[in-house]
Design a protein around this ligand. Structure first.
Ligand SMILES: [Zn+2]
Length: 318
């Protein structure tokens, strides 16, 4: 038997249930939606989670489309799934947990007697570190972004090669290989010996079918490559960035982005122009380094200093 929250499955079975974490403000108990797929044959364990940021729904789309396709009688090993991590943020379609105004992916490994976010982090971290591999499905929030996979443990980490391999197997085409901030699952779980990646499936309001499909393909690539399912997956070379430069606007106004997402940009090339409300040019911002045009805001209006776009730099092929 494999148990995750109230989901319990014997070999060859799957089940869904709830992982109780606490109570809402009206005193009702709440639980994260979880699933177990227990393969008929022994094998390794994969943990997948989505909506760690409450407005990032593409990962939920990946789980919704993947679970019905998984037949435990054809599986070796176990898949543990948490479909919605940031329960409170998901209810109100926000990025951060409104109970404590915290970003979940800064709260790992969590604390089971701590804040709302720390308790949810601790509960899901337990499942993550019981696994052999972890996929923490994210996206570039509601900004527009390429589909990519982040390796966050840092190049000097003892699990760096394993995390990078997992990113290559997932196979979005792009990898950002850069140590992340404290509190990320993709940093905390490798510290416990579990290779972990943070697939970033585009960026949108609601769902993006193309990014969801990339995520579904990525999950099945992992299942085939690591022997959960019969069949084969050959990895393909990925475009890797090990630097990431963010650009803000030096003035207020309306922006006009010049490159498209995924375009190669050269140092000195124009990234965006800012005009005033009456169409008069105010500023032209150029790239400090060459790289790949990676992410950009969706709304055209900006204040001085406000985020506009990002370029992945130090590009190589891995
Ligand atoms: Zn996220």
């Amino acid at each position: 038997m494999v148990t995750f929250g109230t989901a319990t499955a014997a070999p060859g079975e799957k089940d869904t249930g709830r992982l109780e974490v606490g109570e809402t403000r009206d005193g009702s108990t709440f639980g994260l939606p979880v699933a177990v797929v227990n393969g008929v044959d022994d094998g390794r364990t994969l943990y997948i989670q989505a909506a760690s940021d409450g407005d990032e729904l593409n990962g939920v789309g990946v789980i919704q489309r993947t679970l019905p396709q998984l037949d435990p009688t054809e599986l070796s090993g176990t898949i543990l799934v948490c479909g919605v991590v940031n329960y409170h943020a998901f209810q109100v379609a926000e990025h951060r947990n409104p109970v404590d105004d915290t970003k979940m992916n800064r709260a790992y490994p969590g604390d089971k007697t701590g804040t709302s976010s720390e308790r949810i982090a601790a509960a899901t971290f337990n499942a993550a570190i019981s696994a052999d591999y972890v996929l923490d499905l994210h996206q570039g929030s509601t900004s527009q972004m390429i589909d990519e996979v982040r390796v966050r443990c840092g190049t000097r980490h003892r699990l760096h090669e394993e995390c990078l391999e997992l990113a290559k197997v997932f196979g979005c085409g792009y990898i950002l290989d850069q140590k992340g901030p404290d509190g990320q699952l993709a940093r905390a779980a490798p510290d416990e010996g579990v290779p972990t990646i943070d697939p970033e499936l585009g960026g949108c309001v609601g769902w993006d079918e193309q990014s969801i499909q990339r995520g579904v393909d990525g999950v099945f690539n992992v299942l085939h490559y690591y022997g959960f399912l019969d069949g084969h997956h050959d990895t393909r070379p990925q475009t890797r960035a090990s630097g990431f430069e963010q650009y803000g606007s030096p003035v207020g106004g309306l922006i006009d982005l010049k490159p498209d997402l995924g375009d190669r940009v050269s140092r000195g090339e124009t990234l965006f122009e800012v005009t005033d409300v009456f169409g008069e040019p105010k500023a032209e911002i150029t790239a400090d380094s060459s790289g790949v045009f990676w992410r950009a805001r969706r709304l055209p209006q900006v204040a001085t200093g406000e985020y506009v776009c990002s370029v992945g730099t130090n590009i190589d092929t891995y």
